[in-house]
Write a protein that binds this ligand. Sequence first.
Ligand SMILES: [Zn+2]
Length: 87
Amino acid sequence: MIGKQESNARCPSCGGRLREDIATIPYIFPNTVIVVKHVPAHVCANCQESYTSGSVTDRITALLHRLKDLRTEVSIVAYEELERIPA
Ligand SMILES: [Zn+2]
């Protein structure tokens, strides 16, 4: 994860240029897959890898901790809905 220098950032994987975009990012766990849509992210123009900034990552991490306990096989949520999920 990168948390600095939003502009002119380079992809840690391939060195391609990152652009601001809205991404759909799957998070894969042993017993569940959680897909988060509409995530504000930086996406590599070369390899399409998505990177989220620190505050976005924190928010998603909190969400994942909650959803993992639901024990559903696949969860699909939109980033803007995160605050509506009960703690
Ligand atoms: Zn890349």
